[in-house]
Design a protein around this ligand. Structure first.
Ligand SMILES: Nc1ncnc2c1ncn2[C@@H]1O[C@H](COP(=O)(O)OP(=O)(O)OP(=O)(O)O)[C@@H](O)[C@H]1O
Length: 473
């Protein structure tokens, strides 16, 4: 029984969820910001990617603080994919926060509080601190692992470290033992060991061990064995966001709220005190601000009060770069009767650099579908790919992407290994796209409650033709 459970858990750990944008690894630009046709999971949308690349450079140079970018285009033309590309290219160091416009309407906090929290999540603070560390090459590690006694006896151990000038032994507590295990430290590694916060940083492997082929991969970095004293005073950097500092210092919430996300409203006095403290640290050279990126998808869902808040928030010198996206054309601004481009008030629109996305060509749709097949680990033959591409052209790219996994299941059901045209046909009949769904509603209107007749039935029934078109290969 125990055996069985163990193997089950092993299987479970192999299951990885694949997100809608998990294939996007960057913007796919070369060193002079020219978009490559297909790169880092990105296909086509050349102009928009080029513009995104220029803004990326401005973000990196810190030159567009307080400005905002709008990515506008039809549904499914890659607006969110481009925002993800920007996030991936910025790397771990720059904070990136992503929300949908509708997320800020909740009973737990006001709209402006939700927006303030989103802004502060996208502002990083890099704090410098001097601390005593041990820096040297590991000679030996010996860990005493007591036999299981209900977890009450903790592991103990010893580590011997050396520099070119000295060698010394140190006792290890359980916290450091866990950190050593996690970093997979072994003799011959050059490490920095922070005894106070139990952090271990691996600098590389000592050159003297460069002949130990067995434990090294091709990416192994070799470094010199450090000189001088083992104990050194070093400057260490901690990166946090302003929001994290707010939550930790908020008396009502406490740091645990960071894990639950249940932060509630944070008092403005707390934030003012934090801003003053951070300003002091900046003046003393102890901290620096890293403006990140706040991405608000479906920005047309914000109302007039939120836009007014954004206008003011962008004036703040610590403001992150704001990227917003919408698929709406001329529409009413939420909370008013006014019609405006993208449902955004003119004064806010005037602050935006606008990037537009274009519909994809057949060839681009095919390439995106191929990338998605790889991502979802689905093998598909040539004819099936052709049909899926046609379906993508005649319905939507998203619908075609959804069919990939469904078709793979249909293939599995008939004990096939490669998805064929019959699998695509099968799932195309099982799942309706929007056009066929509307057509169905028109035909069965009388059977639904409170149904309002669709005025432009021509548009709805146009799907009938495209259905047959899409199925022609
Ligand atoms: N240029 C591209 N290269 C690779 N994948 C793409 C590209 N454009 C879109 N995709 C993928 O197609 C799917 C739909 O795109 P996405 O969600 O970015 O569209 P969108 O413009 O944000 O749509 P909406 O307006 O409906 O929110 C996603 O899985 C996305 O990763």
């Amino acid at each position: 029984m125990a055996e069985l459970r163990l193997s089950e858990t092993r299987d479970l750990t192999r299951i990885e969820r694949i997100g809608a944008h998990s294939h996007i690894r960057g913007l796919g630009l070369d060193s002079v910001l020219e978009p490559r046709a297909v790169s880092e999971g990105m296909v086509g949308q050349i102009k928009a990617r080029k513009a995104a690349g220029v803004t990326l450079e401005l973000i990196r140079d810190g030159k567009i603080s307080g400005r905002a970018i709008l990515i506008a285009g039809q549904p499914g033309t890659g607006k969110t994919a481009i925002a993800m590309g920007i996030a991936k290219s910025l790397g771990q160091e720059t904070p990136f926060t992503m929300i949908a416009g509708s997320e800020i309407f909740s009973l737990e906090m006001s709209k402006t509080e939700a927006l303030t929290q989103a802004f502060r999540k996208a502002i990083g603070v890099r704090i410098k601190e001097e601390t005593d560390v041990l820096e040297g090459e590991v000679v030996t590690i010996s860990i005493n692992r007591p036999a299981s006694s209900g977890g009450s006896v903790k592991k103990t151990g010893k580590i011997t470290m050396k520099t070119t000038d000295m060698e010394s032994n140190f006792d290890l507590g359980w916290k450091l033992i866990e950190a050593l295990d996690k970093e997979k430290v072994q003799s011959g590694d050059v490490i920095v060991l922070d005894r106070f916060c139990g952090k271990i940083t691996k600098l590389g492997r000592s050159f003297t061990r460069s002949r130990d082929f067995d434990v090294m991969g091709s990416k192994t970095k070799f470094v010199q064995c450090p000189e001088g004293e083992l104990e050194k005073r070093k400057e260490v950097l901690h990166s946090v966001t302003l929001h994290e500092i707010d939550v930790i210092n908020s008396r009502t919430q406490g740091y645990l709220a960071l894990f639950t996300g249940d932060t509630g409203e944070i008092r403005s006095e707390t934030r003012e005190q934090i801003d003053t403290k951070v300003a002091e640290w900046r003046e003393e050279g102890k901290a620096e601000i890293v403006p990140g990126v706040l991405f608000i998808d479906e920005v047309h869902m914000l109302d007039i009060e939120c836009f007014s808040f954004l206008n003011r928030a962008l004036e703040n010198d610590m403001s992150p770069i704001l990227v917003v996206a919408t698929n709406r054309g001329m529409t009413t601004i939420r909370g008013t009767n006014q019609i405006s481009a993208h449902g955004i008030p003119i004064d806010f629109l005037d602050r935006l650099l606008i990037i537009t996305t274009q519909p994809y060509t057949q060839d681009e749709i095919r390439k995106i579908l191929e990338i998605r097949c790889q991502e979802e680990d689905v093998e598909m033959n040539e004819e099936a790919k052709q049909l899926l591409t046609l379906i993508g052209c005649n319905t939507s790219l998203r619908y075609a992407i959804h069919l990939i996994n469904a078709a793979a299941l249909a293939c599995l059901k008939r004990k096939g290994k490669v998805v064929e045209i019959q699998d695509i046909e099968r799932v195309y009949r099982l799942f309706l796209d929007t056009k066929r769904s509307m057509q169905y509603l028109v035909e069965h209107e009388s059977q639904y409650m409170f149904s309002v007749p669709i005025k432009n039935t021509e548009e709805a029934t146009a799907g009938e033709e495209t259905e047959h078109e899409a199925m022609k290969v």
